[in-house]
Design a protein around this ligand. Structure first.
Ligand code: NAG
Ligand code: NAG
Ligand code: NAG
Ligand code: NAG
Length: 365
């Protein structure tokens, strides 16, 4: 939301700009009157514009009619692709008006501004065609000053040049960007003063215009620079450093977690040990108490054999002997437990007790 707000504000502020600068179509709908006299290229952008809306053109009857061809793969204004007119086949072109496909124009014929693709290709189009991506010609032909010609002029020969000033916006500043085109073969440029084809310059050579550089990028310091579209390459050491940082971060995380868990584990173990020691001491106490109780009972029994008390409690003496049996059994059992404990240092029943306790502590902490 916080991020969307400025973007929305920017779009709103740019809205009128786009509306006036980008919308190349008029507002007259299908079947309504229009005038071909209003068709023109817009100042600064050289975009074709007329009275009719983006899906119609002004036909010879002075009415807006459905377009007969399209120049773009995805033309503006069509909601349903099924309604879009077809693109022109090879050997035909779709003019700016997009009324109907027309056959390619021969050398010397009038063509529309910057529409190299309207002109017929030279026989040697394979060697003249431009594959640089800078749009120097279309299949070896070029439309200069609204005349179809071939881009076949070699070095030192007279050439034709067309300079066009485009309006460029940089923030609120409005400047002119001059694009100079000629009919020299690829790799040469048409000098505007001498009107002859010259060899393009290599990197770091002096230049006055972009066209003079083979990279089409004349820097502000008057030297040919790298092409403006080359991707920025970083040194291999950057990859190494980034790799080390990633790997180091992973290892550091693992070590940190290991140390954290180790501390936690030893604290848990210490708690358990302490509990075990307490329980053990408690058990020793109980056993000592039991031992001393037995001793006192035994000494009582030994002294009672010759004492008048045994004769006094003759019947009960037998009873007390019976009642002593489970008591003895209990003591022998406990002593067995103690033996087991002293042998292993740990007792099964003790362990279960500890586990129970630790379970509880786990829930608690
Ligand atoms: C011009 O367009 C209208 C539809 O808007 C159409 O009826 C008319 O036939 C068209 N004229 C020509 C000469 O194609
Ligand atoms: C270039 O022109 C030739 C000859 O007219 C034509 O066969 C070929 O298809 C064209 N190539 C392109 C990419 O337009
Ligand atoms: C170069 O192209 C022009 C048309 O622009 C043509 O008249 C001329 O014959 C061509 N020259 C060569 C050598 O192909
Ligand atoms: C606009 O032009 C002025 C003066 O030429 C310049 O100082 C400023 O940096 C330019 N602003 C932008 C956004 O290009």
């Amino acid at each position: 939301m916080i991020l969307l707000l400025p973007i929305t504000l920017v779009l709103f502020s740019l809205g009128p700009f786009f509306h006036t600068r980008v919308a190349h179509a008029g507002s007259v709908n299908y079947g309504n009157p229009c005038s071909t006299a209003n068709q023109r290229l817009q100042i600064g952008t050289y975009q074709f514009s007329g009275d009719c809306n983006s899906v119609t053109f002004c036909n010879s009857s002075g009415l807006c009619d459905h377009k007969g061809c399209r120049r773009d793969e995805f033309p503006f204004g069509y909601n349903d692709p099924a309604n879009m007119p077809d693109r022109c086949k090879s050997g035909l072109f779709c003019p700016d008006e997009e009324d109907a496909c027309q056959p390619l124009l021969a050398v010397g014929s009038p063509c529309q501004f910057n529409r190299d693709d309207e002109c017929e290709a030279p026989p040697n189009f394979k060697e003249l065609a431009d594959h640089s991506g800078f749009g120097l010609n279309a299949n070896g032909s070029v439309c200069l000053n609204n005349v179809c010609m071939w881009a076949n002029v070699t070095v030192g020969n007279t050439c034709i040049v067309e300079n066009t000033g485009y309006i460029v916006y940089s923030g609120t500043n409005e400047t002119v960007d001059i694009v100079s085109r000629g009919n020299c073969v690829v790799g040469l440029y048409c000098d505007s003063q001498q009107k002859v084809c010259m060899q393009q310059k290599n990197l770091n050579e002096d230049c006055d215009a972009d066209k003079e550089c083979s990279s089409y990028n004349c820097l502000a310091n008057g030297k040919c620079g790298k092409p403006a579209n080359v991707p920025k390459h970083v040194g291999s050491w950057v990859y190494v450093v980034v790799g080390i940082c990633i790997f180091g971060g992973m290892v550091a995380t693992l070590i940190g977690l290991y140390w954290m868990h180790r501390g936690h584990r030893s604290a848990e173990r210490e708690k358990r040990m302490q509990y075990w020691r307490e329980q053990n001491a408690f058990r020793q106490n109980i056993m000592q108490m039991q031992e001393s109780a037995r001793h006192s009972l035994m000494s009582l029994g030994a002294s009672g054999q010759g004492s008048p008390r045994s004769t006094l409690y003759g019947r009960e003496g037998v009873q007390s002997e019976d009642s002593q049996m489970p008591m003895l059994g209990a003591t022998s059992k406990s002593s067995a437990l103690r033996h087991q404990f002293s042998d292993d240092g740990f007792d099964a029943s003790d362990e279960s007790l500890v586990v129970k306790r630790s379970d509880r502590s786990d829930i608690k902490f």
